[in-house]
Ligand binder design. Structure first.
Ligand SMILES: Cc1cc2nc3c(=O)[nH]c(=O)nc-3n(C[C@H](O)[C@H](O)[C@H](O)COP(=O)(O)O)c2cc1C
Ligand SMILES: [Fe+2]
Ligand SMILES: [Fe+2]
Length: 401
């Protein structure tokens, strides 16, 4: 049975949530599910903005049919060709034979890569600034290459001041009825997933996100409609500011994230000593993560949030403890920059992890590694407790100073 909601009088939400998928992109755990947003505009002509993942196809096709109420579908705008939004595109084109596909040249060629069948006669190829008028609404297409994929574009509807922003401004999490960010406690219930989504899905492409933010800065936006998660119609600036911060690789908070990779618990002990000392010094924003038990997408997200990182790792077969190495490699792959890092390592015969972590961090842009570093030789001894406290004091001084 269909399950739609009006965004405005003639914009209908026809997407759906998936609460069963374990991992988004088969990588990122999504315990709160995910939504695939799709929007139907009922104007003199009808327009669908993006389709959905196969997982929610049944609800989507019911929603689309219910929204159209027997009218033909005139246009499908493809803002993003990734299968979480485009997997059902060919089925829409089959079911709605009048529909034309609106996309840029890259989109049109990607449609040919993903699907069999010739759509050339039905493609309306658009480029930067092109418009499509459907009656009351005029849609302007703005290219947003690499705000996830190269073919990505966003669509602005001047009539109702809506920016359909593709993957930008998306978040993990299924809907619980309320579609609008102002209807939920976004900061409490959604922000962590929004940050984890940003850091892991779009984080590598900060420069391209900045370009998109500049491009859309002049638009009068009353509704911000992403392809995943809540729709914004209040306090849009607050969320745009988050994107400014994240995409410039600036820390969101003055906070310490301690990441520890420990086989037997001695390195974890060192991490706890640092955390306790920071607390004694009055630092409130401290989080301590075991890199073995925490999904790397959470670790990356925490690194994006915090200004100061402590990396504490055992040496493992002459290298960095593998979950820590994996985390740091992932951070590097996400173009991570601009943080202060303190390093602690451990080794029972030749501790090398500290040097190797420093080298890895050194390949990231504008990272400051604190001079205070601590190397343990199995367990923490009194002398090293003093060194760990000195390391914490140096961090606290930076944070409080
Ligand atoms: C599989 C394995 C490989 C290790 N490789 C090294 C090594 O190459 N060099 C070294 O000094 N210690 C090595 N160690 C010892 C650990 O680094 C050391 O015992 C550990 O850091 C102690 O801290 P923890 O209690 O936090 O695990 C290895 C330990 C294990 C289990
Ligand atoms: Fe995407
Ligand atoms: Fe997506």
């Amino acid at each position: 049975m269909y399950c739609t909601q009006h965004i405005t009088s003639d914009i209908l939400f026809v997407g759906a949530s998936d609460r069963k998928l374990a991992r988004f992109e088969n990588v990122f755990p999504i315990p709160r599910g995910v939504s695939y947003n799709s929007y139907l505009i009922l104007d003199e002509k009808t327009v669908l903005l993006d389709t959905v993942d196969q997982a929610v196809r049944e609800r989507f096709f019911e929603n689309l049919a219910a929204g159209l109420q027997g009218r033909p579908l005139d246009y499908v705008v493809v803002n993003h060709m990734e299968p979480d939004h485009a997997a059902t595109l060919m089925d829409v084109l089959r079911d709605y034979p009048e529909a034309k596909v609106v996309g840029n040249a890259k989109t049109v060629s990607m449609i040919g890569q993903f699907f069999d069948g010739d759509i050339s006669g039905r493609a309306v190829t658009v480029k930067e600034g092109d418009t499509l008028t459907t009656g009351r609404h005029t849609f302007t297409f703005l290219m947003a290459p690499m705000v996830h994929w190269p073919e990505v574009m966003v669509t602005y509807d001047a009539a109702e001041k809506v920016l359909f922003s593709a993957d930008a401004f998306g978040t993990f999490g299924a809907f619980s009825g309320n579609l609008f960010a102002d209807q939920v406690n976004f900061e409490r219930d959604w922000l962590d997933d929004a940050r984890r989504y940003y850091a892991n899905i779009v984080g590598k492409y900060g420069t391209q996100v900045q370009t998109l933010l500049k491009k859309t800065a002049g638009l009068d936006i009353a509704y911000l409609c992403p392809l995943h998660g809540p729709i914004w119609r209040e306090n849009i600036g607050w969320f745009v500011d988050k994107y400014q911060t994240w995409s410039s690789y600036a820390p969101e908070e003055q906070a310490v994230a301690i990441f520890c990779g420990s086989v037997y618990g001695h390195t974890e002990n060192a991490a706890e000593i640092v955390a306790n000392r920071l607390a004694e010094k009055g630092i409130k924003e401290i989080s301590l993560h075991d890199v073995s038990g925490t999904d790397v997408s959470v670790l990356v997200s925490e690194a994006f949030r915090c200004s100061h990182l402590v990396l504490a790792s055992s040496t493992y077969n002459g290298g960095i403890f593998t979950p820590m190495e994996n985390f740091l490699t992932d951070l590097k792959a996400h173009n991570f920059q601009n943080r202060t890092v303190a390093v602690i390592d451990n080794g029972s015969w030749a501790a090398t992890a500290g040097k190797q972590m420093r080298e890895l961090v050194g390949t990231m842009k504008n990272m400051t590694v604190l001079e205070n570093s601590v190397s343990l030789k199995s367990s923490v001894k009194e002398a090293q407790r003093t060194e760990l406290e000195a390391l914490a004091d140096a961090l606290a001084a930076e944070l409080l100073g």
